[in-house]
Ligand binder design. Structure first.
Ligand code: M6R
Length: 598
């Protein structure tokens, strides 16, 4: 959902912005652009496509020291060079990059700015034009004051960085809801949507508080509330500088991230087994008097939460339910101080999930975040936050983060039971150590052509396998574009079986011995109507007329841990189908890694 970066310092700004953009490019692959001041004018260079494509096709001066950059996931206006950021004001005196959505941009354009020429139909242009407009209408206003006036007129969400021709060595910034961080190094200041986009030379950083605006120049970083009062930014030491993720020997990040899963699970468990573990750092009173638990998330994190809720009810014997964040905000359940709301998000920046946090807090519930990004909004807005320790996830399709989220939620469920999660942690560790990744890739590979050549696919399973169906289905559809649906096996006969015709591909996930006959009886009904079956199982299906060639091997793991490990071959299958069809699994069409708009 767009990444922004900015650099001001003693070194070449273009090189630093390029590095920053490459690190936040996962936030949007539609277009990229850069702006700096040179030869007495604001310069903007932008291109449709990747950051690499931008820098391959432009030449920039090497003596500029202040600039801003952007990588776009389009919200308003089609993907084209004109709509790419940075945007320039009608008087060519300001350039601006933006992450978020200006909900009232049409009102601004047709109202206060009705006589101002717009070059695009991108909401961002209303911001930069408002700044220019306020400066023209009232030349006594400083750039900062004009920015402040502008912010008062905006509805929606934004993180912005702006250059002004009149103050060439200054970056202006503002933030409401969308993420923004500032990092400082020796004679250098960086600004970015993500800690990853801050330069390697940063020694300290701060998350810009919500509703704050300000400026960066070579002497200082100043921040203000909307009222104009000063905000003291408390910089923290950079804990560690994550290297920009590299694919290594893998063809894609998704492949690399799937291959990391056993290590990620292992690392996560070990961190939670440490004496100084994340749960031990939480004040004990937080865990007291919890009567019920509501898990809230989106997409893959929602599916991981379904596993979490199931585990929590089974193990902690507490009422636990799962909610889509985007629905929770309109129809929250009854919440009170004895309700624990668990917000699960890889990025920690998903707008729907953050909105849900605010709703839950307003209603007095306790909030617990589970995230991969401890510098995210989620981490700062929740009462307590637990890390999943998955390492940077670049591919848009989430894989290793799912496994890490499920690991943490399995641990949490046992912790909520009696405070002791050692047994489950050790069980997970030992199963992770026995994972045969090569065997999984080989087994999934046998089904690539069949799946890739299907016009649609139905995933069916029961209980925990149903959750694996949902996540497998999401993975496959988002990177292969094959229409597919996941159904609780028992629901098929209540309507969906009407869609089954000769040759329909159905993938039955059967990992729980007690459910073999119940699931396969349903599958038989679909088979009798022409469905072609793939069975994903490690169980003996000898009592059913199942041919070996239709069996895709599921990992042999303790049934309780099935959702944690069964998903891996399905992630691999989706990846290989996407590659087989000639797509780039890391950058699926229309999607961005981090969904920072509602
Ligand atoms: O960062 P989050 O975990 O909050 O993201 C939630 C979803 O946007 C995300 O899981 C999305 O569904 C992925 N593309 C799934 O692979």
């Amino acid at each position: 959902m767009c990444g922004i970066v900015g650099y001001l310092g003693k070194n070449d700004c273009v090189e630093n912005i390029k590095e920053g953009l490459l690190s936040v490019e996962y936030r949007g692959y539609d277009s990229a652009g850069i702006s700096y001041i040179h030869d007495g004018a604001i310069q903007i260079q932008k291109r449709v496509g990747s950051v690499a494509n931008l820098f391959d096709s432009i030449t920039c001066p090497t003596d500029t020291h202040c600039g801003i950059g952007h990588t776009r996931w389009a919200t308003h206006g089609e993907v084209c060079e004109k709509n790419a950021h940075p945007h320039i004001s009608f008087d060519n005196r300001f350039s601006l990059v933006h992450n978020g959505i200006i909900e009232n941009y049409a009102v601004i354009k047709d109202g206060i700015l009705k006589d101002i020429p717009f070059r695009t139909n991108v909401d961002t242009e209303s911001i930069v034009n408002l700044v220019a407009y306020f400066r023209i209408v009232n030349p006594k206003l400083s750039v900062l004051e004009a920015l402040c006036e502008t912010l008062k007129n905006l509805q929606g969400s934004y993180a912005v960085a702006m250059l002004a021709l009149d103050t060439p060595d200054t970056i202006y910034f503002a933030r409401k809801e969308s993420p923004l961080l500032i990092g400082k190094g020796d004679g250098e200041t960086f600004i970015s949507s993500d800690v990853l986009g801050l330069g390697k030379s940063c020694s300290e950083y701060v998350v810009v508080p919500n509703g704050v605006y300000g400026y960066i120049n070579k002497d200082e970083v100043k921040a203000f509330e909307e009222s104009g009062s000063d905000v003291c930014l408390e910089f923290k030491s950079m804990i560690s500088h994550s290297e920009r993720a590299q694919k290594g020997d893998n063809a894609h990040f998704m492949q690399k991230e799937i291959n990391e899963i056993p290590t990620v699970i292992e690392n996560t468990v070990k961190i939670y087994l440490n004496e100084d573990n994340p749960i031990s750092k939480v004040d004990k009173s937080f865990w007291q008097d919890i009567e019920k638990i509501e898990f809230i998330a989106c997409g893959t994190s929602y599916h991981a939460s379904m596993v979490g809720a199931m585990f929590t009810e089974d193990n902690a014997h507490k009422v636990a339910r799962t909610h889509l964040a985007s629905e929770f905000v309109y129809n929250p359940p009854l919440l009170n101080k004895n309700t624990l709301c668990v917000f699960v998000s890889q990025s920690g920046e998903t707008a729907d999930t953050l909105h849900a946090v605010r709703v839950a807090k307003e209603r007095g519930a306790k909030s617990l975040g589970i995230t991969n990004v401890m510098t995210s909004n989620l981490a700062s807005e929740c009462d307590v936050c637990l890390p999943i320790c998955a390492g940077v996830e670049v591919a848009v399709a989430s894989t290793k983060a799912y496994n890490a989220q499920v690991t943490v939620m399995m641990i949490l469920a046992d912790f909520l039971r009696d405070g002791d999660y050692k047994d489950i942690a050790e069980k997970i560790l030992s199963q992770a150590a026995s994972i045969d990744l090569d065997g999984m890739w080989a087994s999934a590979k046998k089904f690539v052509k069949r799946v890739a050549n299907s016009s649609s696919i139905y995933f069916v399973g029961r209980h925990m396998d149903y959750i694996t169906c949902l996540e497998s289905c999401l993975k496959l559809k988002e990177i292969s574009y094959i229409p597919c649906e996941a159904y609780a096996a028992g629901e098929l006969k209540h309507g969906t079986i009407a869609l089954v015709e000769d040759g329909t591909t159905m993938l039955a996930i059967v990992t729980e011995p007690k459910l073999i006959s119940k699931t396969l009886n349903i599958v038989e009904q679909a088979k009798a109507r022409g469905a072609k079956l793939i069975y994903f199982t490690s169980l003996n299906l000898k009592d059913f007329a199942v041919s070996e060639k239709d069996v895709m091997a599921a990992p042999k793991v303790d049934v309780e841990l099935s959702p944690l490990f069964s998903i891996i071959p399905m992630q691999m299958l989706s990846y290989m189908v996407s590659v087989y069809k000639g797509y780039n699994p890391d950058r699926p069409r229309n999607l961005a890694k981090s969904v920072t708009v509602e």
